[in-house]
Design a protein around this ligand. Structure first.
Ligand SMILES: [Fe+2]
Length: 288
């Protein structure tokens, strides 16, 4: 039987071990895992950048030592491309979101991995000049696989700022964290790094320009499922049932959810139809 894309990406780490020990819990570095699963190089980055300048200019930005640069849109596509390359030549990291929108192989990769992980997957590319740092210490609100495509990068990984961070939680942390104990790992061509959402990190390009692509994993959360459940139910319920749903959200004096709601949440995980509805909606939002 053919190995799933996730299992190929995890290389020497079995899928079950990944979910048991690492997923949303710990970082994981996988050496030399990506020799043929995903292809992207600096020339491809530049082509994707130009295509995005035409189709999705809002997906292009630059970062230098924590400062974010966004082009004043609307801007003529070639002018936007030149704006980005000028920022890069002055030491900024270029960030291209949703690479899959302009590249069929990337799109297939995102779709296949999304099926394996039961999540919505998007790809973001980062081109960093040598001897520079794009982002200040921060945490992301989605899990990522970092795929180092060329050059090298030194990653600094701290503790969880917030476990299971969600989209509404801010992601910047105090630069002081750089002085506290943390792990340092070096990423080279074809290495992969899994980082759970909420875990603090920052990175430096070393003596060569660095290109990495992050696989952004937008997991289906309980709140996604619950919202969809309420929406689907409300289409077809009486005011009496409606009141029952409202009652489910009441908490006890200690702020705990009532047991009935906990039960509903546990069972929602296994509602494949609901899961698929949420994924479909996430895909529609992203692929507009
Ligand atoms: Fe990040």
């Amino acid at each position: 039987m053919a190995l799933s894309l996730l299992s190929q990406l995890l290389h020497s780490c079995p899928v079950e071990d990944f979910y048991d020990a690492y997923y949303e819990k710990k970082y994981l570095q996988i050496k030399s895992a990506n020799s043929c699963l995903f292809q992207f190089n600096t020339e491809m980055f530049k082509v994707a950048l130009l295509k995005s300048a035409f189709t999705h200019p809002e997906n292009i930005r630059a970062n230098k030592e924590g400062n974010v640069y966004i082009a004043p849109l609307p801007m003529e596509p070639y002018q936007l491309y030149d704006w980005a390359m000028e920022k890069y030549n002055n030491g900024a990291t270029l960030i291209l979101n949703q690479v899959e929108l302009n590249d069929d192989l990337s799109k297939q990769f995102a779709i296949d991995l999304g099926k394996d992980m039961k999540a919505y997957i998007s790809l973001t590319a980062f081109l960093t000049p040598e001897n520079s740092q794009g982002f200040s210490p921060h945490f992301d609100t989605h899990d990522v696989f970092v795929m180092q495509m060329s050059g090298s990068k030194e990653w600094h990984i701290g503790d969880f700022e917030i476990e299971l961070a969600t989209r509404r939680q801010g992601f910047l942390v105090s630069p002081e964290v750089m002085n506290s104990p943390h792990t340092i790992i070096s990423m080279f061509d074809n290495d992969i790094l899994y980082l759970p959402r909420g875990m603090v990190h920052w990175a430096f390009a070393e003596h060569l320009p660095s290109l990495h692509v992050t696989v952004d994993i937008d997991s289906v959360t309980y709140s996604d499922l619950l919202l969809e459940l309420i929406l689907q139910t409300s289409l077809n319920m009486t005011s009496k049932e409606n009141k029952m749903i409202v009652n489910l959200f009441q908490r006890d004096f200690n702020g705990n959810l009532i047991p009935e709601l906990e039960e509903v949440l546990k069972n929602l995980k296994f509602e494949t139809k609901l899961f698929n509805l949420v994924l479909e909606k996430k895909a529609k939002i992203r692929y507009l």
